[in-house]
Write a protein that binds this ligand. Structure first.
Ligand SMILES: [Zn+2]
Length: 422
């Protein structure tokens, strides 16, 4: 299965540089890797795209919840009410593993239709459902970091792990089967729901197994003032939630911390020193009225960052809109900062970086995905923006494409060279 794609290339090269290459040609080899990138005219037959199309690296959504896929946009709740009223009942449905497989099919179709080619997603607490979801990911071709969620305290009985040891055994079994499967397209993440709803035994066990098996860890940190207080209550001997995560052995370069809205400067430095990733979820943080994360402050402290839709606590699954919300949140902080206007705002080029190559590097996948470069897996989108975009100079195109791109303009989605949708 070889493909030749043509169109304007959008190439995020760093947080400050996003190149635009007109009349690009990308050849994908039969291993699904990018074999050639050039500009000019192609004489190849069966070319995908044309002069009006753009070729973009696939989007990376580094924090979302598969069981909440069909619970987006339920407004009026703050974090803990949202958990009680929406999240817990939604997750309990996945005790039925056949239901989990059906929901996974909808999830994969939904994210691919929006140009997301890699997800780091939380699953349900049920091992059988997690197995079925991985089977769907394998068959449909999605690139995914995924895992059974872990909680042995402070969640309703039907979502609670019966014991830390059983939860760890199930996770280890799933990791053994799926971590590195499908030619390295699938990865396992040990997924403590939050430090507050896991025992010390469960957290330490997850850290040990993740380290031994070289898997990811994903959890939530400092999402809202109430969430911060809940961790303090469970672990009164620790300074704060970052301290709990560090003490349990979970603050590693392969750990993805969702949200991190309320990290102070000292915590930022601690997270940055450990090379741990914070996944910024600006749509969810505003939707649930959790808070406005100071992305620029985190970045200035050296924290590795990616972006997450945080579906369903985030209402928006289309990642460019999540990236726009990152810029808008920075602008909101800027206009309210004292002295006024002293805060910086990230550029659209940085937003593209966060959606693609920057996120790939944060996830340790920069050698595999995130760029239009020879040797990388071909995780690529062919999109057809509104025609007026062609009239703009390149720098304005980088901005206007970010703000105006819509899911229906995505014509082809490739993951590891395989056309997977929409
Ligand atoms: Zn989350």
């Amino acid at each position: 299965m070889m493909h030749t794609l043509t169109g304007t290339l959008l190439e995020p090269r760093s947080a400050v540089e996003c190149a635009v290459v007109p009349r690009g040609i990308v050849r994908i080899d039969k291993e699904g890797r990018i074999a050639e990138v050039e500009s000019g005219r192609t004489r190849a037959r069966d070319v995908v795209g044309d002069d009006h199309c753009w070729i973009i690296p696939g989007f990376i959504d580094a924090h979302l919840h598969l069981p909440q896929w069909d619970r987006r946009g339920i407004d009026g709740l703050t974090l803990f009410d949202w958990h009680e009223r929406v999240v817990y009942p939604a997750e309990a449905r996945l005790r039925d593993a056949d239901f989990a497989a059906r929901l996974a099919e909808e999830f994969v179709s939904g994210v691919i239709a929006r140009g997301t080619t890699t997800v780091a997603a939380f699953g349900s607490p049920y091992a059988a459902a997690t197995q079925r979801v991985f089977e769907v990911f394998a068959q449909r071709g999605l690139r995914a970091i995924y895992g059974k969620s872990l909680a042995d305290a402070k969640v309703p009985a039907e979502l609670r792990d019966a014991s830390a040891d059983k939860a760890l055994d199930e996770s280890r079994g799933l990791a053994a089967e799926w971590h590195g499967a499908e030619g390295g397209r699938l990865h396992y993440a040990f997924s403590p729901r939050t430090p507050a709803c896991c025992s010390e035994r469960l957290l330490r066990g997850a850290a040990a197994l993740a380290g031994m098996l070289k898997c990811y860890v994903q959890t939530h940190v400092a999402e809202s003032p109430a969430a911060v207080a809940a961790v303090r209550e469970t672990y009164p001997d620790q300074m704060d939630d970052v301290d709990v995560i560090a003490d349990m052995g979970l603050l590693t370069p392969r750990t993805l911390l969702g949200h991190g809205v309320f990290l102070n400067q000292q915590q930022r430095r601690q997270v940055a020193d450990a090379q741990t990733v914070v996944v910024h979820c600006p749509t969810a943080n505003l939707f649930l009225e959790s808070g406005l994360m100071d992305y620029v402050g985190h970045r200035a402290a050296g924290v590795r960052l990616a972006l997450g839709s945080s579906v369903g606590g985030g209402h928006e699954a289309f990642m460019p809109r999540v990236a726009v919300e990152c810029l808008q949140t920075a602008k909101a902080l800027k206009v309210h900062a004292l002295p006024r206007g002293s805060q910086k705002v990230p550029t659209p080029a940085e937003a593209w970086w966060l959606l693609t190559r920057g996120a790939a590097e944060a996830l340790g996948l920069g050698e595999r995905i995130g760029s239009i470069a020879v040797g990388l897996d071909a995780d690529l989108l062919v999109v057809r923006p509104e025609p007026w975009l062609a009239d703009l100079p390149a720098e304005q195109q980088v901005s206007a494409l970010l703000y105006s791109l819509a899911p229906h303009q995505i014509e082809h989605v490739f993951i590891a060279g395989r056309r997977v949708g929409p």
